[in-house]
Design a protein around this ligand. Structure first.
Ligand code: SAH
Length: 363
């Protein structure tokens, strides 16, 4: 059976472009490549997870040598630094793209049970959330689908060496996925392709600051991909203070889009809520949040904040987080307190890149 041709052609075209070809047709013409050769290349890279064209032994030796010589590389990025947390459960990579921009991706191994990879959709971010290291550094550029996918390929290869695989992908790295909508959806296609990585849609989560028209567009896709909203505050005054996007799409519009998503899909919506000391962590604010979370398919993830030198916020302490959660419990709002991972390696969004590319630095 032939691989999913649309996804395959997209990946090969972008890979060929990095080697200097204008498009897929030019690449195929230069090497006299037939359809089955494209299948072989795509499968070798994304299902068998081979290192490079040289390793694809089903290809003629001469073709392999030419592909290597012209820089047709399976990897859209290369690792700059890879660090493991002290408990060995979190591995954070800083990667350099071909134009020198840098992005982060993180592997979280939950005691060998789930292997979740958090990936970036943009270099930098345009949304300027006050507490976020990436947001404070500003926007560099959108990633292409193959560059988003390459972060998963890197960790898939890393895990494969131990006979293990990625079980979940979250778009919670750098960037705003719904600001780079088309490439993110293409990357979802690549991640999902059973002839490649083969990750089920239900194992993929897209997290957004709340770009309402894109939530509406995503609703129409009718995919089983999970939707997470970075809420962080239950009223417009507080939310606008830390998330400029709220001035454009205030809570009534955001919540209406979430309601419409549930009506159309009958799927849960996850709300991320980082706990900022003295800002959004009081019982009164918990009650406001509970009042907003009126749909039984809403789920709140309370996230201990990783403080960063770029932002003037501190995380709430454990007792405050527990008290906040108990208000939600009392109001029957499903919630989970997220277990912080990788704090010793600056694993929160944008923190590692901030160490190598100081604010305002252009790659
Ligand atoms: N732009 C998207 C996805 C990237 S951020 C979004 O905003 O949802 C993924 C999550 O990490 C968001 O909920 C974001 O608010 C949160 N985050 C950012 N900086 C953080 C930090 N220092 N500690 C904890 N969570 C953080």
């Amino acid at each position: 059976m032939s691989v999913n041709q649309h996804v395959r052609d997209l990946w090969i075209a972008e890979t060929a472009q990095r080697a200097g070809y204008p498009d897929l047709a030019a690449f195929c013409a230069a090497h006299g490549l037939k359809n089955y050769r494209l299948d072989q290349l795509y499968r070798a890279a994304n299902k068998e997870l081979l290192a490079d064209p040289e390793a694809v032994t089903v290809l003629p030796a001469e073709l392999r040598a030419r592909l290597m010589a012209e820089g047709f590389s399976f990897d859209a990025l290369e690792p700059v630094t890879v660090q493991k947390s002290n408990d060995q459960q979190t591995t954070k990579g800083l990667f350099r793209l071909t134009d020198g921009s840098e992005v982060e991706a993180v592997l979280m191994e939950h005691f060998g049970d789930r292997n979740t990879v958090c990936i970036s959709s943009q270099a930098g971010c345009a949304y300027a959330c006050a507490f976020c290291s990436t947001g404070q550094a500003g926007f560099t550029r959108h990633l292409k689908a193959s560059e988003i996918f390459a972060q998963a390929r890197y960790f898939a290869r890393h895990l494969a060496l131990q006979g293990r695989r990625i079980t979940n992908i979250v778009f919670m790295g750098m960037g705003e996925p719904f600001h780079n909508y088309d490439a993110v959806m293409q990357a979802v296609g690549l991640l999902n392709d059973p002839h490649g990585l083969g990750l089920g849609h239900r194992h993929i989560t897209i997290s957004t600051v709340g770009v309402v028209p894109k939530i509406e567009q995503f609703t129409k896709e009718s995919l089983q991909v999970n939707l997470a909203i970075s809420l962080h505050a239950p009223n417009d005054t507080l939310r606008s203070e830390i998330m400029p996007v709220n001035r454009r799409y205030p809570l009534t519009e955001l919540m209406a889009a979430c309601e419409a998503y549930i009506t159309a899909t009958n799927r849960k919506v996850f709300f991320e809520y980082i706990m900022l000391e003295g800002f959004n962590d009081s019982p009164e604010i918990a009650r406001q949040l509970a009042a907003l979370m009126r749909n039984h398919l809403y789920h709140v993830n309370l996230i201990p904040y990783n403080s960063t030198p770029d932002a003037p916020y501190a995380g709430s302490d454990d007792a405050t987080i527990r008290r906040f959660a108990s208000v939600l419990d009392a109001a029957n709002v499903p919630n989970t307190v997220r277990h912080p991972m990788g704090r010793d390696i600056a694993a929160a969004c944008g923190q590692l890149r901030a160490q190598t590319q100081p604010r305002g630095a252009t790659p």
